[in-house]
Design a binder for this molecule. Structure first.
Ligand code: F6P
Length: 319
């Protein structure tokens, strides 16, 4: 019986170290390992190949994923899931390690309710929006990319009388925005989870500008969909010329940080051990307060991730 690994949905830095550890560790455990290329699309198209040491040599420092990923529309249809199942059986694959976000876990949950599929998910998304885990693979690298961009933007912002708005990713979750605002000392942070209090903040910043403040840095989460609104608000109400930087997909790239490499190794070992040692499958490896654990996929996909309360407090500039 063999094990396979697949990446699904948005790629995240740390996937390659996880893929390397998967192949090396499966070998150590005497198991054949397979790559499923191109995510769930590749699973439907039978892009399944046996992996060996040469495939994973020299990849630990590279961002993205060497086995590629996809967002599959076809996988929503039963007939394609049936084909995917047949492909797995053909290769005698008894368990899959799934690197993905909650969309991918939802797809696997559906798949496993219809066919006898065993998988363990590793939360892998820069959004850090998966219920049940405080950490998802790729977040530390993405935050460091954002930190680097913000440090540079502050250099130019502080050289002019200007405001800068930096839009960060995160889908519907404000995690990247809040943490970036905290570590850069941004004056404004706008996230989907919290209503933006423009009146009180306007009063506070107007006073600060009167007192000599020369520039303002605002972090806006893409999920708030308020970038243009905040732009107009700063120019109209605070009277500062404003520039907007949308960081976009650079946040998904870059060499995984030390933390993401180490987390990738630990997450993968836990996932493989679980597949080899247990009979109740379809779990997600979760990481909380320094400990790894396993959560039922149904629980993970049926609840919504909540930002920690103290993060919300940190961006309440009005107290
Ligand atoms: O989920 C990761 C993520 O990068 C989100 O932050 C973003 O909203 C989305 O994926 C972008 O998706 P795509 O790569 O399909 O444009």
């Amino acid at each position: 019986m063999a094990l396979a690994i697949i990446c699904s949905g948005g790629d995240a830095p740390g996937m390659n170290p996880a893929i390397k550890k998967f192949v090396d560790y499966a070998y150590k455990k005497g198991k054949k390992s397979y790559f499923i290329y191109d995510g769930l699309e590749g699973l439907i198209d039978n892009k399944i190949k046996e992996a060996n040491h040469k495939d994973v040599a020299g990849i630990v420092h590279i961002g993205g994923t060497i086995i590629r990923s996809s967002r599959s529309k076809r996988f929503f249809e039963y007939k394609y899931r049936k084909i995917a199942y047949k492909n797995l059986k053909e290769h005698n694959i008894m368990g899959i390690v799934v690197l993905g976000g909650d969309g991918s876990f939802r797809a696997m949950d559906k798949f496993s309710s219809e066919f006898d599929i065993n998988f363990v998910g590793i939360p892998s998304t820069i959004d850090n929006d998966i219920y049940g885990t405080k950490y998802c693979l790729g977040v530390d690298t993405a935050l460091n990319v954002i930190r680097d961009a913000l440090d540079k933007i502050r250099d130019t912002a502080s050289s002019f009388n200007r405001a800068f708005i930096v839009e960060v990713m995160g889908r519907d979750c404000g995690y990247l925005a809040v943490v970036s605002a905290m570590i850069s000392g941004a004056e404004i942070c706008v996230i989907p989870e919290v209503e933006f209090h423009s009146k009180a903040l306007e009063k506070k910043l107007t006073q600060e500008i009167k007192d000599g403040r020369k520039y303002v840095l605002a972090i806006v989460s893409e999920g708030s969909k308020q970038t243009s609104e905040i732009h107009k608000w700063i120019e109209d109400k605070l009277g500062l010329e404003t520039r907007v930087s949308i960081l976009g997909h650079i946040q998904r790239g870059g060499n995984p940080t030390v933390y993401d490499r180490l987390m990738a190794f630990d997450f993968t070992i836990k996932a493989v051990d679980y597949l080899l040692e247990h009979k109740d499958f379809n779990k997600v490896v979760v990481y909380n307060d320094g400990c790894f654990n396993f959560m039922n996929i149904q629980e993970v996909v049926s609840s919504k991730y909540q930002l920690p309360e103290h993060y919300l407090d940190a961006i309440n500039y009005l107290d």
